[in-house]
Design a protein around this ligand. Structure first.
Ligand code: ADP
Ligand code: MG
Length: 316
């Protein structure tokens, strides 16, 4: 068996436009699980990482709406809650699909802490919007009381909290994960880890403590792939290819590129900030470490990306 780190985006967890009920999410996951187990049947053991945007958004809103009755939780705790929720749904759905096909594995999710640097410059300039929109007076009140930073969003005419998005340096649980992946007797379990970019922690006086930040999920997946020394890193999203001149009449799919090509196109601004750009940065970091190949494609093209070379393949 070969192994791969597979990162799945929000569209793998909920169908576009659907309400975030447990039922709708489980429905979507039945399809996602089929496609992931297909990959296992193609001969790959997988370590799965996933986004948490809509789920953590809802948990955050529950917090914000009940803060007068129930103690409010900090962001690291909320990311942990979302890992638990999504991990549960993925575990059940994937384990059911594995059993249906008679594959002797179970899916296990690992609550994952990601170490970031206390003096990462991202802490000085929060950029990632989270939670509800507030009117100006309320935002000013929170700034005074809690030291939160807000950004104005014109289309909603409201203020939204901005949190830092620091670089993931190391995964606390990676050694234990290596054991789950490589240390078994005959069978390797399907590991789910680093959900929502992982729970951000810093190391202070030799101890881990949570911080109010959000780690980009693609960069965290890349860190995980490097920590466990995988060779193949697959990012599954809602486009079949990475494109040049995306969204223009000249848009062309990239079938193959090297790290040097990727860096050049990134500089030229071909990749959306906050969407495709972090995936490209993650791909190049992984390949410059010990990675051999990164594939960016959609679920629909997953099988053909392995069998026929569809999707965008990035190599050193
Ligand atoms: P995910 O949840 O999978 O991380 P994102 O929305 O963050 O999804 O990233 C995928 C999106 O990136 C695509 O839907 C597309 O709109 C956008 N994108 C920006 N630039 C490009 C590009 N050059 N090629 C392909 N997609 C791009
Ligand atoms: Mg994204």
């Amino acid at each position: 068996m070969k192994t791969a780190v597979v990162a799945i985006g929000g569209n793998a967890l909920i169908a576009p436009g659907k309400k975030l009920t447990l039922e709708n999410q489980m429905d979507r996951l039945r399809q996602t699980s089929k496609e992931l187990v297909d990959l296992i049947q193609m001969g790959y053991d997988i370590v799965l990482t996933h986004g948490n945007g809509p789920q953590v958004g809802n948990i955050l809103m529950q917090n914000e709406l009940t803060r007068d009755e129930v103690p409010e939780m900090p962001l690291d705790a909320l990311v942990a809650e979302s890992q638990g929720l999504i991990g549960y749904m993925l575990q059940q759905s994937l384990t059911n699909e594995l059993a249906k096909r008679g594959i002797n594995k179970i899916a296990i999710s690992v609550l994952t802490q990601v170490i970031v640097d206390e003096d990462d410059p991202a802490f000085n300039t929060p950029t990632k919007p989270v939670g509800m929109f507030y009117p100006r007076e309320q935002a000013e009140k929170f700034t005074k009381e809690k030291g939160w930073v807000f950004g104005y969003e014109a289309d909603q005419d409201g203020y939204r909290r901005l949190v830092p998005s620091p670089t993931p340096k190391k995964i606390v649980e990676s050694r234990a994960m290596r054991r789950l992946i490589f240390g078994g007797e005959h069978q390797v379990e399907l590991i789910i880890a680093c959900g929502g970019g992982g729970i951000p922690v810093v190391k202070k006086d030799g101890k881990y403590v949570g911080v109010e930040a959000v780690v980009d999920k693609d960069l965290a997946a890349c860190r995980l792939a490097m920590d466990i020394e995988e060779k193949l890193f697959i990012m599954l999203t809602d486009v079949d290819y990475v494109y040049l001149n995306y969204g223009t009449p000249q848009q062309t799919p990239i079938k193959k590129m090297t790290v040097a090509d990727a860096k050049k196109h990134l500089k030229e601004g071909h990749f959306g900030k906050g969407s495709m750009a972090p995936k490209i940065v993650a791909a190049t970091r992984f390949l410059e470490h010990k990675g051999e190949e990164t594939i960016i494609t959609s679920f629909a093209k997953l099988e053909d990306s392995i069998m026929k070379g569809d999707g965008t393949h990035i190599t050193r």
